[in-house]
Design a protein around this ligand. Sequence first.
Ligand SMILES: Nc1ncnc2c1ncn2[C@@H]1O[C@H](COP(=O)(O)OP(=O)(O)OP(=O)(O)O)[C@@H](O)[C@H]1O
Length: 876
Amino acid sequence: MLADALGATRTRSTSAGAELTAARDRLARVRRAAAAVPERVGAQRDRRLAEIDTRHAARLADLARRAADAARREAPGAASAGWDGWAPTPAGRGETPGSVRVGTVHIDGAEPVPALVPLLDAGHVHLAGGDPQGYATVVPALLLRSVGRADPGAVRLFGYDPEHLGGGLAGFAPLGTAGLLTFVGPGGLGRLLDDLVEQVRRINETVLAGEYRTLRELAAATGRRPEPWRVAVLLGGDELSRHERGQLDRVVRTGAACGVHLVVRGIELPDDPTVTRVLVGPGQARVGDLAVTLDDAPPAALVTDTCRGIASRVNAGPAPTPFADLLPPADRMWREDSAGGLTAPIGEGPHGRPVLLTLGDYPPHALIGGPSGTGKTNLIFAWIGALAARYSPAELEFYLLDFKEGVSFARFAQGRRDPSWLPHMRLVGINVNTDREFGLALLRFLAEELRRRADAAKKHEVTKLAELRAVDPTGHWPRIVAVVDEFQALLAGRDVVAREAADLLEDLARRGRSQGIHLVLASQDVRGIEALWGRPALVAQFTLRIALPKALRILAERNDAAQSLPRHHAVINAESGLVEGNQVARIPSASDWESWSDLQHRLWRMRPQDAAPARLFDGDAVPRLADAPDFRGLNPPEEGVPRSPVALLGEIIDVQARSAVLRLPRAPGRNLAVIGTRVDEACAVLDAAARSLARQHRPGEARFSIACLDPDADPAARELYADLADDASWYDEETLPELMAEVGDSLGSPGVPSVPHYLLLYAVDAAAGQLAARAGRRTGLEQLRRILHDGPERRTHVLGWWRGVARMRVDLGGAGARTDQIGAWVALDVQGAELGSSLYPGTGGPDWYPRPWRGLFFDRAVHRTGQVIIPYGPTR
Ligand SMILES: Nc1ncnc2c1ncn2[C@@H]1O[C@H](COP(=O)(O)OP(=O)(O)OP(=O)(O)O)[C@@H](O)[C@H]1O
């Protein structure tokens, strides 16, 4: 039993020993494992921490980069650029200048972020901290950057520095010369604050006027900035009085909306969201909660140079408002209806509101005055542009006449370099200074249009244009604006032209109002106005007066507003010039090439498909026969259809480019005499006559006999001879008597020649000697008289050039001889008085003052008075 027990015990002991060993092993393993755990976890934790760090740094860098980007957008150009190469970069119109940079915020491992301080259109800056160097860095940086972000003159500074802290304001002194920096002496703070509060009140009431909450909103909506920013820099001083404290609080609360801002040191500002607090230390500052490393101060020379530049720009006069301000937005072009009148802005009034010009029933007509160079031409451009952009050519037409020398208005018509024209422009007359007839033609044309409108109104039983348009909606009844620059030229002189012009003007002024015909007369010359003054009934119709600086007699007698006008401004007065009607407007520059072309091209592209270019009459240009519509329209008659030929002599001075026409039917007197010593003009008239006649005959169906007795005329006559080819024959001094004898004698034989015969006799008076001799049964002169007398009925017409009235009379048979065989004549350098008696109806002859390249054409069969013509220029 014991042995058994021993054996069993041993076995238990052995297995217990084995268990023990196993347990120890386990323990050792567990101990080993336990020892490894913290090591692993720590590594993992470290790994995670490192990951988080990297992510954080990347995010920080990303945020810093985005903040820096945003800052650069918020403060572009002059608002943040480094001082090296710094220059003003004014914000665009309607844009806000944004915040300005004073330093940088540094974040470890990220790019530095510009530290911005909002000022213009945003709020106020309060500076604290005791470091004078810091102030001298921050204040000029703030101010220079702000000034550089606005148009020259758009920021006004007020300095209050009773303790002479300086604060960096000194460099801005040059602004004072342009009234852009005002220092307020000790004791002046109250007044300055009162004034700022008053500005805020005024701007709220009259500029924002309940329509906008802030100037910034107004600028964004209209693109205009009617008020400057006002920045008061207040540097220390005594304790504020209660009143001053109250005013300062008011400015803090309400100033920013009206562009009134404070930069303050040493005076407490109330807590307000618009106040940015800057704590200034040496080279460092806290802006709000941010630690900022301050930028260097702007170099002193940069500050003074910039301020000097701005002051000189401002002293040079206000920058004109851009022309674009007068134009409607692109989608509103040509949308206005002119039935009731024509209204358009002409410039900006004192509070930035547009000043409007109206033409309609009242006021119907305008008078513009101002000495040379004050901007009349520019004003006319501005007005025409503002109207043309609003009213389509179906609503408005322009006629424009410029009596002074110059071509600026030629731009309205199609040119060689610029194919565009103003679609509303029907007629442009330039260089018409000596061609008052052209002015007269325009007035006659308008008078005719007035009659047409009045007739139509009568037919529809209405009286006014608006009513006529209502009852005849498909009719073409645009309002017509006729502009005459330097109109006094038209009324100068006491002759028929001046009298008729004044009568027509008076009629148009009186009755044009209701028919939508408006006159705009401009003059630089007091005498111009005085020419009208003699006709009070005429002047009374011009109720709209526009006076440019220093204009005399445009406004009423005791209204001298024009005398103190700054450059590029005008007094607009729709009350016949009475003081109550004065409105001052700043006129934008419209006549410079770029502004005008841009608009004209835009309108030109909008023109109706069938729009024809404006007719351009240039008094300095010589028309060409080949271009004349009447010449192009000529052709031989159809077989068997009789038609009396016509000779074109030159261009009539008229609204349309028409030719002066001489009919040559088979009737007595149908001859032409060109009278005067001017070779080129005489040749031009005969040449045009011959070429136009030739165009109406087929080859071989007309005979042209050319005789030239003036060597100077020889080249021209020979050229004609060559061009008429087989239909022409050439005669000279020797052979002319033969021609006279042949033609004269043939007139005695019965029957009518089958082809017409035109005798072109150049300087025929030079042949008097040769013609005095007998040629056949008669002398040459007798033959000539016979041809003149009997020829036309037998299709034989003389187109002769005599170099003087007396010489012609001799050829016709002496001083007392009849002249009725000369049915028509063109006088060149011949005084009107010489043409009296038998050549012209009435006594004393026509009102004709010879002038280069003009002739007076009179055809007794059709004319009551002479007609001024422009000979056509050389053909080749
Ligand atoms: N509002 C303006 N803004 C900018 N420049 C202007 C303005 N008005 C006129 N000017 C400029 O002044 C100059 C003279 O103007 P303009 O030719 O219109 O004067 P004017 O009175 O018609 O003179 P004149 O009778 O001698 O022709 C021009 O160079 C013109 O561009």
